[in-house]
Design a protein around this ligand. Sequence first.
Ligand SMILES: [Zn+2]
Length: 166
Amino acid sequence: MPIDNRFLTYIAPLTELLLPCEPIETILENSRIVVIATKKPGAILTCPCCGKVGSPRGLAQPRLIRHLDFENMPVWVNVTFPRVYCPEHGHVVAKQNFCKPRCRISKAFEDLLLEMICGTDQTEMELKKQFQLKGQALARIVDRARQQLEKSTVDGFQTVDKEMKD
Ligand SMILES: [Zn+2]
């Protein structure tokens, strides 16, 4: 796909978010964008449990993670996270902040969905359609949004919580 200034603006924060990986290729396929990312050469790899620097131990299985749209086009990141060996915690996937373990959406995308669920009148169906989401991903986020609202002790949030339960 043509790499123009708008896309460079999009990918700059993604490069930070993906550490210790980096985007290496961008593919336009079936009206979605797939960014391929793998370990950044020389990146320091740490244990996700204790934060200590571990010794590199190859790569984990690639994962396809949904990230923030680029101009109404869904963006998926096919990321191969590196693995490390920690004397205390064994062989583990190196610490990264892009997405939660076993989660198929990026933290940034999850935050956006949470914001829209809590802050707008859009229904689950409308959000699903807008972001071309399939399966249970959105349902799980809606559940988490409700839990967050329930935990909150702010009066305004409690009102919203009651409304959402009805
Ligand atoms: Zn450790």
